[in-house]
Design a protein around this ligand. Structure first.
Ligand SMILES: C[S@@+](CC[C@H](N)C(=O)[O-])C[C@H]1O[C@@H](n2cnc3c(N)ncnc32)[C@H](O)[C@@H]1O
Length: 320
């Protein structure tokens, strides 16, 4: 039965989730919404499956180049191009190298020393995008990883990739962090990366993350941040580094306080670094503006709006 995966979550409000997912399926199914531009390329390659995947390296590798005929490979290439711009990667799909805007393997490698044991774990990835990190998680043999991704393009990009890779433990749904309160005490591990500064109420988001963890569960939280030692957050007038929908950009100490005051224990900052144009840049698969266009050319310590240029901070925290 559709949505049977929900039965994995005894603590979840399954009836409300079913209703919400049914409504979303009807919404994406409407012709006038234009999502056929994703569904058609997906359907065109639905018969192609990868005999082998390597999810353990920096490049998520799904299928080998010589596994397909030239015609099939052209079809896969066309389908992948339909999902541009590719934000997260890199991927190699039947030998086609998808060089995404972000070098996401760098973030994953920063997480690795702090990665909890994922073997047999029930995991959530909030803001999972095309699933790059979920594929990396799959190499660690979790029981199930649920990606929360409300953007239709990213949602279908995941289904395209996993249509080839067929990782049964991975699933993405058109859900947002605001749906997390329907999953009480449901996850052993939650990854929430690149999402918090997009929330108008970060404290509410953190409380929902805490409530969705099982007792003893672990949160891995990564966020954009401003440099500094004071416990303050920047509230941009309109955009931050040209990105609209950015609300509060905290210092590391501010985010530490948010985590503690929302009820997390053993809160620990384990990595912080300045952003750079090496990590986020324009590529053949993402032809729009990127990091170097967001930063003041005369003073790289400032964004184009004159705010402190972004850092990234990584926290690990536990629910007791
Ligand atoms: C900056 S990207 C971060 C992606 C990835 N987690 C990473 O760290 O590289 C933010 C992601 O969150 C998704 N997103 C946007 N609104 C969201 C919401 N309300 N709940 C969960 N994810 C959301 C975006 O579509 C996008 O994929």
């Amino acid at each position: 039965m559709e949505n049977d995966w929900l039965l994995r979550f005894p603590g979840a409000d399954v009836a409300t989730l079913r209703a919400r997912l049914t409504a979303k399926a009807a919404w994406v199914g409407q012709k006038k919404k234009g999502f056929l531009r994703y569904r058609e390329p997906l359907a065109n390659v639905a018969h192609l499956h990868a005999a082998d995947c390597d999810l353990s390296g920096d490049v998520v590798t799904i299928g080998r180049a010589n596994a397909l005929s030239p015609g099939e490979q052209a079809l896969v290439h066309q389908s992948l191009r339909a999902f541009m711009p590719w934000r997260k990667g890199p991927f190699s799909v039947f030998g086609i190298e998808v060089d995404a805007e972000w070098r996401s393997e760098r973030k994953w490698n920063r997480l690795l020393p702090e990665l909890p044991d994922l073997r047999g774990a029930v995991v959530a990835d909030i803001g999972s995008n095309n699933g790059y990190y979920m594929f990396r998680m799959a190499a660690h043999k979790p029981a199930f990883v649920l990606g929360f991704e409300p953007f239709v393009q990213h949602y279908y990009a995941f289904w395209l990739l996993n249509g080839f890779a067929r990782q049964k433990c991975l699933r993405t749904e058109l859900l947002g962090i605001e749906d997390l309160n329907l999953f009480q005490e449901s996850f052993d591990v939650i990854f929430c990366m690149g999402v918090l500064y997009h929330r108008p109420s970060p404290m509410e988001a953190l409380k929902d993350l805490l409530a969705a963890l099982k007792p003893g569960g672990v949160l891995l939280l990564e966020s954009q941040a401003i440099p500094g030692t004071e416990s303050i957050a920047l509230f941009p007038e309109t955009t931050y580094a040209k990105v609209p929908g950015t609300w509060f950009v905290p210092t590391a100490s501010c985010l530490h306080n948010w985590l503690v005051r929302s009820g997390f224990k053993q809160v620990r900052l384990f990595c912080q670094h300045a952003m750079s144009a090496e990590e986020q840049r324009r590529t053949e698969w993402m032809r729009f503006e990127s990091y170097q266009d967001f930063i003041d050319k005369q003073d790289p310590s400032r964004t184009i709006e004159g705010y402190p240029a972004p850092w990234r901070v990584f926290f690990k925290a536990v629910k007791q």
